[in-house]
Design a binder for this molecule. Structure first.
Ligand SMILES: [Zn+2]
Length: 216
């Protein structure tokens, strides 16, 4: 083996060692990066929790300024209100979904972004939880949909009127049908009576003939 060949083999060997070391270093760096990223994520999450806690601790009831705000309302609706104000103000009432359509004429497309609170259904265990909406937010939405309270009430009243008329029409149709049925029954009863009367007369005649009443 020439001196040059020996040198080349030695160089190749050294290159292979260097490559292995580079690869190991790279892996170590990647692992380190992952660890750092994990620690950073944890730190960010803790900071967010602290900020949230700070916001909550400084939160005051929007009505009376009390620091005892209801967590459920803050979480569900982003509304800061204390128990007493919630109890005493109808704007904090909770509405079932059906009321949104009935009272405010709001359909599925209107309420898709509206916040709600989930409560277990008191009617039956195992049913889907109820979605409850905040009266205050619902009425605000209704105002943007209908313009103002007056327009909403006008629409409510005209729908009520239309419903009443349709009910009236249905009732009057049903009444007409029922009268006509009664007339038919009466008619057939009279016919049957007439038939019975004729039969009775015929029988009487026959009895008379048999008894010789008409025979002189
Ligand atoms: Zn309050």
């Amino acid at each position: 083996m020439t001196e040059e060949q020996k040198l080349r083999i030695e160089r190749n060997k050294q290159d292979a060692i260097n490559r292995r070391m580079d690869k190991k270093k790279l892996e170590e760096n990647e692992n380190l990066e992952m660890v750092i990223q994990g620690v950073l994520n944890e730190l960010v999450s803790r900071c967010e929790q602290l900020v949230e806690l700070d916001i909550r601790s400084r939160a005051r009831c929007e009505k009376c300024g009390s620091s005892k705000i209801e967590k459920d309302y803050l979480d569900a609706f982003g509304v800061k209100a204390c128990k007493s104000c919630i109890y005493n103000n109808s704007e904090y009432s909770l509405l079932p979904k059906s009321d949104l359509a009935k009272k405010y004429l709001l359909g599925e497309r209107h309420i898709k972004d509206l916040k709600f609170m989930k409560k277990s259904n008191p009617k039956k265990i195992g049913w889907n939880p109820m979605k409850l909406y905040l009266e205050k937010q619902v009425s605000e939405l209704a105002r943007t949909v209908w313009g103002n309270q007056e327009k909403l009430e006008k629409e409510l009243s005209s729908r009520k009127q239309r419903k009443f008329q349709s009910e009236l029409l249905k009732t009057s149709d049903a009444l007409k049908r029922s009268i006509s049925q009664s007339e038919n029954i009466l008619q057939s009863a009279t016919t049957a009576d007439t038939k019975r009367a004729r039969k009775a007369n015929r029988l009487k005649e026959m009895i008379s003939i048999v008894r010789g009443d008409n025979v002189k």
